[in-house]
Write a protein that binds this ligand. Structure first.
Ligand SMILES: *Cc1c(COP(=O)(O)O)cnc(C)c1O
Ligand SMILES: [Zn+2]
Length: 415
C-alpha cells in the first residue's frame, strides 16, 4: 500500500488503489476502504486523540483522507447522553442516546459521510457532486458543496418532506425531483454517474463516503471512557451505518484502543420498509426487495445496497433486528421527546420504538449498557406529527379566560 488507505474488494480481497469506483471489476462485489493498521497503531493513541479538536477529524488516520487534507468543518462529536427517564420505561439500567440530532451542519449523521465524499471530490477533481437521497443526504451534500465551492445536483423522490426539500434548495443546489421511489432514483443516478464526470456521493464515491459512519462508533467508545457498549440499536436504510459502526468497534480493538468485548448489534426498520429486519427474523442471509410505504422516509430504501452485510453484522454479533408500525414510530418520537427532551425525526422514532420492543422481548438485558443511535432532527419531519398534536383554540388575553382554560391543570397543581 503506497498510501495509508486504499480500496479493496469485500469478497475476493483484490486491492485496487484509490479511484472513484465502488465495484470490484473481478467479481462485481462492493469495494471497501482498508487501512495500514500497523502504521496507524504506532501513531494513534488515546492521548493523541484527546488533544485534538472535538469532531470526526480527531480520528483522521482511520478515515480515507490524505494527511495534507485540510478539513474546515467541525462535524460530529455529538452528545452521548444518559437517558434515565426513557430507561425507566424500558426497565433498563444503563441507557444512552447517541444524539446526532445536533450534528453540524445539517442536523443528521449524514454530515459525517458527506465530509468523506467531499474530500474525495477534491482528490479526484470533480466539480459537480451528486447524490440520490431520501432527504438527509441531500441536505448534507447541498450544504457541504456550497461550503467547498462545488456545484451540487441532488436527486430525490418527488414526495419528500418539505423541510428536507427546502433544506436542500436554500444552499443553491440543483434539485431534481423524480416521480418514483428511492430505489428508482438510485438506479437513475447510477446511469447518470456513467454518463457524466460527476462525483456521486453514494454511487462512485460510495466506498469512501460510507467510512464517515465509522465516526459514530469511535465517538461512542471514546465517550464511554474508551469502552465498548454491550448493545447498540441502529436504524437501517441502505444498511451502511450499522456495518460501519461494527467496523469501527472492530478497528478500535485491533488498534488496542479499547479492550476486546462482544457487542450485540441490533438493527431497526419501519415495518413499511423492512427488507433487512424481515430477512434477519426469517433467518435469510439475502434481501428480498420491498416497495416502501412508511412515514420514516429517511429509511425508505426497499433494496438496500448493504443489506447482505447488515444481516451479517447483526447475526454475527448475536444481535437481532426488529421493525415497528408507523403508529409505533410516531408514538416513540413523542415518548423520546417527553422523557428526554429530544425531538428526533422519524428514524429516531424507529430506533426508540424498536428498542422498546427488544427490551420487551428480553433480547436486550436491562443490566447491560445500551446505546440508541438517534440519527436526525425532528424539525425535518414535522409532518409526521401533524394531526397527532391537537392545536388548542386561542383564548382572550384575560386572566379569567386563562384560569378557565387550564382549570383541569390548576386543580392538580394549585399554588
Ligand atoms: C440515511 C439515514 C439512516 C440510515 O443510513 P444507512 O447507512 O443507509 O443504513 C439512518 N437515519 C437517518 C436519519 C438517515 O438519514
Ligand atoms: Zn472482487
Amino acid at each position: 500500500m503506497t498510501e495509508r488507505y486504499e480500496l479493496q474488494c469485500r469478497e475476493c480481497r483484490t486491492s485496487v488503489g484509490n479511484r472513484p469506483s465502488s465495484v470490484c471489476e473481478e467479481c462485481f462485489s462492493p469495494l471497501e476502504v482498508t487501512y495500514d493498521y500497523d502504521d496507524i497503531r504506532t501513531c494513534l493513541t488515546r492521548e493523541a486523540i484527546a488533544q485534538r479538536a472535538p469532531g470526526i477529524w480527531r480520528y483522521r488516520e482511520l478515515l480515507p483522507v490524505a494527511d495534507e487534507y485540510e478539513a474546515t468543518l467541525p462535524i460530529g462529536f455529538t452528545p452521548l447522553v444518559p437517558a434515565p427517564q426513557l430507561a425507566r420505561h424500558f426497565r433498563s439500567r444503563r441507557l444512552f442516546l447517541k444524539n446526532d440530532c445536533f450534528c453540524f451542519p445539517t442536523l443528521s449523521f449524514k454530515d459525517r459521510v458527506v465530509a468523506m465524499a467531499m474530500a474525495q471530490a477534491r482528490r479526484f477533481g470533480f466539480e459537480v457532486v451528486g447524490c440520490a437521497s431520501t432527504g438527509n443526504l441531500a441536505n448534507a451534500v447541498a450544504a457541504q458543496a456550497a461550503r467547498a465551492g462545488l456545484r451540487a445536483c441532488v436527486l430525490i423522490p418527488a414526495d419528500l418532506e418539505s423541510a428536507k426539500v427546502i433544506n436542500t434548495q436554500v444552499y443553491g443546489a440543483r434539485l431534481v425531483r423524480v416521480a418514483g421511489n428511492y430505489d428508482q432514483v438510485n438506479r437513475l443516478c447510477s446511469q447518470i454517474a456513467d454518463a457524466y464526470h460527476w462525483g456521486f456521493v453514494n454511487v462512485n464515491l460510495r466506498a469512501y463516503y460510507a467510512e464517515g459512519s465509522k465516526t459514530v462508533g469511535y465517538e461512542i467508545a471514546e465517550q464511554l471512557g474508551w469502552r465498548l457498549p454491550d448493545n447498540v440499536v441502529v436504524p437501517m436504510a441502505g444498511g451502511s451505518l450499522i456495518t460501519k459502526i461494527k467496523k469501527a468497534f472492530d478497528e478500535l480493538v485491533k488498534l488496542g484502543l479499547v479492550e476486546p468485548k462482544p457487542v450485540k448489534i441490533f438493527g431497526a426498520q419501519a415495518t413499511g420498509c423492512s427488507p433487512i429486519s424481515t430477512a434477519v427474523k426469517g433467518g435469510q442471509t439475502d434481501i428480498a426487495p420491498q416497495k416502501p410505504s412508511t412515514v420514516a422516509r429517511s429509511l425508505a430504501i426497499g433494496n438496500p445496497a448493504d443489506g447482505h452485510y447488515a444481516i451479517k453484522a447483526i447475526t454475527g454479533s448475536g444481535g437481532w433486528a426488529e421493525d415497528v408500525s408507523d403508529k409505533e414510530v410516531v408514538d416513540a418520537m413523542q415518548l423520546l421527546a417527553a422523557t428526554e427532551g429530544v425531538f428526533a425525526e422519524t428514524a429516531g422514532g424507529v430506533t426508540v420504538g424498536v428498542a422498546r420492543k427488544l427490551f420487551a422481548q428480553g433480547r436486550i438485558s436491562p443490566e447491560e449498557t445500551t446505546v440508541l443511535c438517534i440519527t436526525g432532527n425532528g424539525l425535518k419531519t414535522v409532518e409526521a406529527l401533524q394531526g397527532r398534536l391537537e392545536l388548542p383554540e386561542p383564548i382572550p388575553a384575560k386572566l379569567a379566560a386563562f384560569q378557565e382554560h387550564i382549570a383541569d391543570e390548576a386543580e392538580a397543581v394549585a399554588v
